[in-house]
Design a binder for this molecule. Structure first.
Ligand SMILES: Cc1cc2nc3c(=O)[nH]c(=O)nc-3n(C[C@H](O)[C@H](O)[C@H](O)COP(=O)(O)O)c2cc1C
Length: 150
């Protein structure tokens, strides 16, 4: 059974809501899921999961500071140990969504393996977005069971 980490930052609740749907999708596909606020997550969480989903609001065309801080704290302790680990990402935004570029850049630097297009969700997920978010979680779960990062 794959272990999926869903890690997010959320100030107003939109990204938290999106993260819960990604987690539900992964769970429904048979994975064990840890849903973590970025501020509380540690390197160990990243090392121990089989696949990871990152969620962030778009703040000033960049990812939220809380999630950036997670990447900052975990880079050296996980360097070269997470290469090839499957990842997906989702951004909630107010009409822009340029933070997609920054999250994908960081994931490339960590050498995670992108297994689906990053989702852009406007504000709180609506019924169409909920389907996409659950599908994203399912895809991550399916790819992560293959343990293709080893
Ligand atoms: C400080 C701040 C900066 C923001 N900057 C942008 C932005 O550059 N582009 C954009 O599309 N939305 C921007 N927004 C809107 C948020 O991305 C959007 O409301 C998001 O869904 C908030 O997520 P949250 O409820 O999880 O905090 C900004 C919001 C805040 C509070």
């Amino acid at each position: 059974m794959a272990k999926i980490l869903v890690i997010y930052h959320s100030q107003g609740g939109n990204t938290k809501s999106a993260a819960k749907f990604v987690a539900q999708g992964a769970q429904a596909a048979g994975s064990r899921v840890e849903l973590r606020e970025a501020e509380k997550a540690k390197s160990k969480d990243l090392l121990e999961c089989d696949g990871v989903a990152f969620g962030s609001p778009d703040y000033f065309n960049y990812i939220a500071g809380g999630l950036k801080d997670f990447f900052d704290r975990t880079f050296y302790p996980t360097q070269e140990k997470v290469a090839g680990k499957p990842y997906v990402a989702f951004i909630t935004h107010g009409g822009g969504g340029k933070a997609k570029g920054s999250i994908e850049l960081l994931c490339r630097i960590f050498k995670f393996k992108k297994i689906a297009e990053t989702l852009l969700i406007k504000q709180r997920p609506d019924s169409a977005a909920i389907i996409q978010l659950k599908e994203l979680g399912k895809k991550l779960a399916e790819k992560s069971t293959e343990k293709n990062h080893e």
